[in-house]
Design a binder for this molecule. Structure first.
Ligand code: CA
Length: 225
């Protein structure tokens, strides 16, 4: 098994050290950057499998760092926030992180979240997986490409997985709890807002009507008409 590499971008030394130590104990290779610009440089040079990214950073904040590092390559991002209200704000902005954790968090939970994200990302689709069509949106699981009216649209790995999950089962309504467990791979109710944020991101990128909200139940993609 190849070594899995994580970049940790966090200016609080005690947190950065604790996260790095825990991940190294789990067998990850870990590199740490303590501010935004050096974090962007680290990710470009290291090409990590995943980035743990603090929101409040000197130089360039976590939101800008997230946009910057996603620009070239869809690397999974787990964001660390100081408060729930900060997580809410980020979810509203649709920053493109794959998951969020509010400080203080347990190192064990952090590892579980990281493992869940990496499991999802490594689940490579079979090359012959058929394209999924939802209205004007075409999803190619084999190449990870998404097109709207022929124009390619960039999705984060988690947005892509959510779209494939919903789009390959049109007409079926999934609860947020089901999506959290089936797409994210864990069942922590604190993650439910993450589901909403990713649905919002899909609507923003692919059209407001793509994913239907079924009030009191969950989300669904319409069967092709
Ligand atoms: Ca910070």
């Amino acid at each position: 098994m190849t070594e899995r590499v994580v970049a940790v971008i966090e200016d609080e030394d005690t947190i950065a050290s604790a996260v790095a130590a825990r991940l190294r104990a789990e067998g990850f290779r870990v590199e740490v950057a303590a501010d935004g610009p050096s974090g962007v440089a680290l990710v470009a040079q290291l090409r990590p499998d995943l980035v743990v990214l603090d929101v409040m950073l000197p130089g360039l904040d976590g939101i800008e760092v997230c946009r910057e590092i996603q620009r070239e390559r869809a690397v999974p991002v787990l964001m660390l926030t100081a408060r729930d209200s900060e997580a809410d704000l980020l979810l509203g902005l649709g920053v493109g992180a794959d998951d969020y954790m509010t400080k203080p968090f347990s190192p064990r939970e952090l590892v579980a979240r990281i493992e869940a994200i990496l499991r999802r990302v490594s689940r490579a689709p079979s090359p012959e997986a058929a394209a999924i069509r939802v209205g004007t949106v075409v999803v190619e699981p084999a190449t990870h490409r998404v097109r709207v009216d022929g124009d390619e649209v960039h999705l984060t790995p988690t947005e892509f997985d959510l779209l494939v999950h919903l789009g390959s089962r049109p007409g079926i309504v999934f609860s947020r709890e089901q999506l959290l467990s089936q797409v994210w791979g864990y069942a922590d109710p604190a993650g439910l807002r993450t589901v909403d944020a990713h649905v919002a991101a899909l609507r923003r990128k692919l059209g407001a009507t793509l994913v239907r909200t079924v009030h009191g139940v969950g989300y669904s993609v319409e069967a092709a008409r």
